[in-house]
Design a protein around this ligand. Structure first.
Ligand SMILES: Cc1cc2nc3c(=O)[nH]c(=O)nc-3n(C[C@H](O)[C@H](O)[C@H](O)COP(=O)(O)OP(=O)(O)OC[C@H]3O[C@@H](n4cnc5c(N)ncnc54)[C@H](O)[C@@H]3O)c2cc1C
Length: 257
């Protein structure tokens, strides 16, 4: 029987649904936004979906933060990992090609879990921007926090995906959303140069954001685990600890590997 994306038919054994690639937007070689038909599952911004594909007779399952706004077609922001088990196959797909996805969203990296505060810092490395895109597209951060700082940290300028969209959001926010891109390798006009941890250490990050990271801040960090650990250590030095359900804190993490 042919699987038709959109009808949400569930394979009860594996609990997956069929998806079909609708379109692909390349930001740089090996860095793209992939949009799929077939996902009309309710989710909260910050959650992820799990793609499933048989490659060489092996079932490969990988998780991807959802970049789209709830209700919009499923959009994922993906980097192709050289020699990776799944991503080279994803990048070889053409519109119309299909794969499967676990039929329920997963994850707790959502704004609902974040305690109240004045400022919200969203810090994403590379494709770790994705959950924050979903939140910002839905308008949720500015509905809850006075000021929102989005830090997108990458190596090269071409990896600053969605830059125009984010700059447009900033321009429409009456100064309440600060978009702070950083590049560790390239010199790019209007972009902080160097590792984000160095920019935090020497004060450039807070100067660019126009606000301090302190007791009034909630901080969500997503992406590269080494960077998240480095940031977490620095935040700990400022008295900003991991948030836990039984011990409210300021720092929230989503590690990609
Ligand atoms: C909750 C969660 C959400 C995730 N969301 C995203 C997302 O939105 N976009 C995305 O591209 N990936 C995301 N990932 C990572 C993704 O699940 C896969 O690990 C990644 O696509 C590599 O899969 P692969 O099979 O090609 O490589 P594998 O054979 O599984 O190789 C894994 C290795 O690839 C590297 N790697 C994995 N993810 C990345 C990455 N994002 N950037 C750079 N290097 C990486 C690491 O060195 C890792 O050890 C997420 C992971 C988790 C746990």
């Amino acid at each position: 029987m042919e699987e038709r994306p959109g009808e949400q038919s569930r394979d009860s054994a594996s609990q997956t649904i069929p998806l079909r690639l609708q379109r692909r937007r390349d930001f740089a070689p090996g860095l793209a936004a992939l949009t799929f038909d077939g996902w009309s599952v309710a989710f909260r911004s910050g959650q992820y979906c799990s793609l499933v594909h048989d490659i060489g007779g092996e079932r490969i399952e990988r998780h991807y933060s959802i970049a789209s706004r709830p209700g919009d077609p499923l959009e994922l922001y993906i980097v192709c990992v050289e020699g990776g088990a799944l991503t080279p196959t994803l990048f070889a797909m053409a519109p119309g090609d299909g794969l499967r996805c676990v039929g329920a969203p997963r994850g707790k990296f959502t704004l609902e879990k974040v305690p109240a505060g004045r400022d919200l810092w969203l810090v994403g490395t590379g494709t770790g921007l994705a959950p924050f895109l979903s939140m910002l597209r839905a308008g949720a951060p500015l509905a809850r926090f006075e000021r929102v700082v989005l830090v997108h940290t990458v190596r090269k300028g071409e990896e600053l995906g969605y830059r125009e969209e984010l700059e447009a959001m900033q321009a429409a926010s009456a100064g309440r959303l600060r978009y702070v891109p950083t590049t560790s390798r390239d010199e790019v006009p209007g972009v902080l140069r160097g590792r984000v941890t160095e920019a935090l250490d020497d004060g450039r990050l807070e100067a660019a954001a126009g606000c301090a990271l302190g007791a009034d801040s909630q901080i969500m960090l997503c992406g590269n685990p080494a960077m998240l650990d480095d940031m977490k250590a620095r935040l700990h030095d400022r008295g900003l600890e991991l948030h836990r359900p039984h011990r409210p804190g300021h720092v929230h993490l989503e590690k990609y590997w």
